[in-house]
Design a protein. Structure first.
Length: 80
């Protein structure tokens, strides 16, 4: 929720924040959220798992964790 007249600026800021995250992970999360609506809970959780494993196997997760351990992405530090 933002003050009246500030929705566009807030949306652009949020979009930039999301775009700075690792893209495979962002796309996996989006695909999971979209797919879940037609699935029961066990199948939705299985799909989330399958997408997550694909992301982990890509190496993106390890690379991101290594950057975070080195200090990137903390307390306003860059996040790419």
């Amino acid at each position: 929720v933002v003050p009246s007249g500030q929705a566009l600026a807030a949306a652009v800021e949020l979009g930039a924040s999301i775009a700075a995250f690792p893209q495979r992970c962002v796309r996996s999360d989006r695909a999971s959220a979209q797919a879940q609506w037609g699935l029961d809970e066990p199948d939705a959780l299985l799909r989330e798992y399958e997408l997550g494993i694909e992301t982990i196997r890509s190496g993106e997760t390890q690379a991101g964790a290594s950057r975070f351990a080195a200090g990137e992405g903390r307390h306003g530090a860059g996040t790419a």
